[in-house]
Ligand binder design. Structure first.
Ligand SMILES: [Cu+2]
Length: 158
């Protein structure tokens, strides 16, 4: 039992290290179309995400090698082990198949982007892990950044 636990910890570490090495420019993740939607969804966070900074995130969507246009893209950003309420953005298409949005994260740590895509009558939600640096923002900083005390955004448009 203990051996198994050690093994899974080692495996997890290996996965994290692999993930760290493969992120050349920004923190990227790709989910291929293994569900019924058949869509390939990729998520990209900046290479260095810092709590309190307004940063841009992007989502790339393809199906059968073609960009998916005019999709409804909503990204929920959640901490892996903590509840900060609703944070994230609605993606705006900036070029065919590429959707962008901005967000401020209230603290550093392990974050998960839940990317919900609706296009042509099909829907899929994929998740991507990324990391952020920094301590929890102070109450006045949160307010200035348009966040509530728990780190959720004051006026979500999604
Ligand atoms: Cu947190």
């Amino acid at each position: 039992m203990k051996k198994k636990l050690t093994l899974s910890v080692v495996l997890l570490l290996a996965i994290f290290m692999l993930a760290a090495c493969s992120s050349g420019k920004g923190q990227e993740g790709q989910n291929d179309g293994k569900d019924t939607s058949g869509m390939n969804v990729a998520f990209k966070a900046p290479e260095r995400v810092e709590a309190g900074q307004k940063l841009e995130y992007s989502v790339t969507i393809e199906k059968d090698g073609q960009p998916v246009r005019d999709a409804n893209v909503i990204v929920h950003l959640e901490m892996a082990e903590m509840d900060h309420g609703e944070n994230g953005f609605r993606g705006k298409m900036e070029s065919p198949g590429i959707y962008k949005g901005q967000a401020v994260l209230p603290m550093g740590g392990d974050w998960i982007a839940y990317v919900n895509v609706k296009a042509n009558g099909v829907e899929t939600t994929r998740q991507f892990a990324f990391k952020a640096e920094g301590d929890m923002m102070l109450p006045e900083e949160l307010k200035k950044a348009g966040l509530n005390e728990d780190g959720s955004i004051q006026n979500p448009d999604f």
